[in-house]
Each structure stands twice: as C-alpha cells, then as structure tokens.
Design a protein around this ligand. Structure first.
Ligand code: S3P
Length: 166
C-alpha cells in the first residue's frame, strides 16, 4: 500500500513548487520542497553544492532527503528534476505516495528556466542545455501514477485534478 503523500516530479520549470504549495493548502498537508531541505541541511545553495562538492555528492544528499521525507505522511513533496534518475529514489517515491508528473512544452520550460539562472545544470546557453537534458530524460518521468500537462491549465485546475485522484 502506498503511503499518504503526493510526490511531484517533472523537469525543471514545470511548476512543481507552485503547484505543490497550492495543493498542500488545499489538502491541509505539509509542503516539502526537497531542494530547499537539501540547502537547509548543507547550509549552502544547490549551485554552491554543485561547484564545491560536485553533482554526485548532491545526488547522495538528495537521495537521503527523499528517503527521510517519505517516511512521513500527509505531505506534498516537490522534488528536483533529476531526483528520478536514481532507481532507488523511484522505488521510494512509488511506495511513498501518489506520484504526479508535471509536464510543460519545451518553449515554456525554456522561458521559465531563463528567468531563474540559479540552476547549475542549465547555465550558459539555456535553450541548448534544456534541449539536451530533456532528450536524455525523455522517459525518466514515465513511472508516475498520473501525468498532467500544465501548459494550458491554471494552478487551481492542476490542484483539483490531483485532489480528484486521492
Ligand atoms: C535539477 C533540478 C533542480 C535541482 C538541481 C538539479 C535537475 O530542481 O534539484 O539544480 O537535475 O534537473 P528543479 O527541478 O526544482 O529546478
């Protein structure tokens, strides 16, 4: 049996944090942003972690945070776009609650990601980086219980679609 949580997965810029906050208010559950937890735990930003410790070290902390978070219930958990790359994380997510994959068009993702240059994996030529990363992660989010294309929906509509399957 799945635990009572909602886990939001999806590429950067698909609205996981925005939807997650709104959904947590709608359900009266706690909102957890794993990127934020990682930063609090390490006392530095994610881009500083990538610079000083490297991506692999970041991934280790990310897996620990996911594991620990999903031991609890009644949470809406927004995860980093690369959290699904580790099989163990995918297993924990599937056991940990209803997994929802938020998607958006590449154009929308590029527009959103360009506005926030703090993501270490999409520094420089954002369009090129996003295109390559999206291609390499084409099927990485397919294990979700539910996929929602956020491109033409309001936050409220997305929230209601998720609430309807709980
Ligand atoms: C990452 C996405 C980021 C963050 C880190 C790595 C990725 O989270 O975890 O920069 O590998 O796609 P968001 O998806 O919230 O931007």
């Amino acid at each position: 049996m799945k635990k009572k949580n909602v886990i939001l997965i999806g590429f950067a810029g698909t609205g996981k944090s925005t939807v997650g906050k709104a959904l947590s208010e709608r359900l009266g559950w706690q909102f957890i942003d794993t990127d934020q937890r990682i930063e609090e735990l390490q006392g530095i930003s994610i881009s500083e972690m990538f610079q000083t410790m490297g991506e692999q070290a970041f991934r280790v902390v990310e897996s620990e945070v996911i594991d620990r978070t999903l031991k609890e219930e009644k949470q809406v958990v927004s995860t980093g776009g690369g959290a699904v790359l580790a099989e163990l994380n995918r297993v924990r997510m599937q056991e940990g609650g209803v997994v929802v994959n938020l998607t958006a068009s590449k154009e929308m993702i590029i527009t959103r990601v360009s506005k926030d240059q703090s993501r270490p994996l999409v520094q420089g030529n954002v369009e090129e980086k996003v295109t390559a990363l999206m291609e390499s992660r084409k099927h990485a989010y397919d294990f979700a219980d539910l996929a929602i294309d956020t491109s033409e929906l309001t936050v409220n509509e997305i929230v209601e679609r998720i609430a309807a399957v709980l």
